[in-house]
Design a protein around this ligand. Structure first.
Ligand SMILES: Nc1nc2c(ncn2[C@@H]2O[C@H](COP(=O)(O)OP(=O)(O)OP(=O)(O)O)[C@@H](O)[C@H]2O)c(=O)[nH]1
Ligand SMILES: [Mg+2]
Length: 379
């Protein structure tokens, strides 16, 4: 029996100030996210509406029409590009009889599938609970005002929803404690790391080519054509060149990090603080972008804003416009005019990578020079 992936149908809101082509690009990205979660997008609608409907975010009639098309395509899920409240998700499910996931829920599901290490798992679990906490309201209404249970139930009269909230808060507290501990372990490891080499972090929009560049610069890394392929920080040593005067090797530690995305759930940004600690404590950032994306400028804005959010607004940085092999020569020249300070690279052919090394060599202080003793010391 062949198992085919769960089918889904995509929805996005187009407000009066949103351009249709932009909403289409956002839907294309949402389709990639759905695929990254193991689903198959069967169709999509952008629902035009000047205002938000408090009941089910989009207009009820529009949702029903989209659901009808989705059911014809045997889709089981409606996936929305927007962040919906818990009650809006439940209302859509009630109206349509389909499962509904909002953008944050989808990204969380991808992260849950990918998380491998203890730290990544704890971070994703924390984000999940933070996401669910305000959404618990109403989920248990049928159980409200039950009293007299045993075990976890608190004082008489504590409702099921109160129990749920309390348990969720307890778990959030435990996870935060565990993550703090893991962050301290990481900090100790960082301090004890070999040779106290300068540290550089690869950051940027997801699927831009960060892992590919880690591989070119350090010889290690597994690039995958998929959103959020990398969740854990990997740090490797890179050889940058030789010191002109001493002939000593010049090296740096380069960290690959989790990618950013438009509307990255703030719960995830907060939960990934410890992983992103590598970025905060790095001496320099290589900000990697997919130069061939029609959404490049938006991606750069998202990355800039996310870096500010995690406290890295002032780190020295080099903009690396990767994947320039997918641009024509005139497009590359346009890009040079638009971003004269950036390095244009292709991780597949290693084009431009020498320029990255040169930038790092200039930025990062070399090994201490052997001291020439002064006359008074010799005398
Ligand atoms: N054509 C072309 N493809 C590239 C280039 N760099 C990376 N890729 C491809 O782009 C895809 C994503 O590359 P990754 O290095 O995994 O991207 P990433 O930024 O680490 O992505 P996440 O970890 O998912 O955030 C892979 O299929 C790479 O082979 C490039 O310069 N040119
Ligand atoms: Mg990666």
């Amino acid at each position: 029996m062949t198992e085919h992936p769960t089918r889904c149908f995509l929805l996005a809101h187009q407000g009066s100030r949103d351009r249709a082509d932009q909403v289409e690009d956002h839907l294309a990205e949402l389709a990639e996210l759905a695929r990254a979660c193991g689903m198959e997008p069967m169709g999509q609608h952008h629902l035009r509406r000047p205002t938000i409907d408090s009941r089910c975010f989009y207009g009820t009639g529009q949702v029903e029409a989209a659901a009808e098309e989705a059911r014809r395509m045997e889709a089981e899920y409606l996936i929305c590009d927007d962040e919906l409240s818990g009650s809006q998700v439940r209302n859509i499910e009630k109206i349509t009889g389909l499962h509904c996931l909002d953008r944050t829920g989808l990204i969380l599901a991808i992260f849950e599938q990918r998380a491998k290490t203890r730290e990544a798992k704890a971070q994703v679990e924390l984000a999940r609970f933070e996401y669910e906490l305000p959404r618990l309201k109403g989920a248990w209404t049928h159980l409200e005002r039950q009293v007299g249970g045993v075990g976890i139930r608190g004082g008489a009269g504590e409702t099921q929803i109160e129990v749920d909230r309390r348990m969720t808060r307890v778990r959030i507290g435990q996870l935060k404690k565990e993550l703090l501990h893991l962050e301290r372990v990481r900090e100790t490891q960082r301090q004890g790391r070999l040779l106290n080499l300068p540290r550089v972090a690869l950051v940027g929009y997801t699927n831009a080519g960060k892992t590919s560049l880690l591989k070119v610069l350090t010889g290690e890394g597994e690039p995958v054509d998929m959103l959020f392929a990398t969740l854990d920080t990997t740090t490797r040593r890179a050889w940058l060149g030789q010191d002109d005067e001493t002939g000593m090797p010049r090296q740096a530690l380069i960290s690959d990090t989790v990618g950013f995305i438009r509307k990255l759930p703030h719960q995830l940004v907060a939960a990934f603080r410890s992983t992103l600690g590598e970025v905060r404590t790095a001496e320099a950032l290589l900000v990697v972008a997919d130069a061939a994306s029609p959404e490049l400028e938006d991606h750069l804005k998202v990355v800039g804003a996310t870096l500010r959010e995690i406290g890295c607004g002032d780190h020295p940085r080099l903009l690396v416009l990767n994947q320039v092999d997918r641009l024509t020569r005139p497009q590359r020249l346009d890009m040079k005019r638009l971003h004269p300070e950036a390095v244009q690279t292709c991780a597949l052919t290693k084009r431009g990578v020498e320029e990255i090394r040169e930038w790092l060599l200039e930025l990062i202080p070399g090994p201490p020079r052997p001291r020439e003793p002064e006359a008074w010391e010799l005398g």
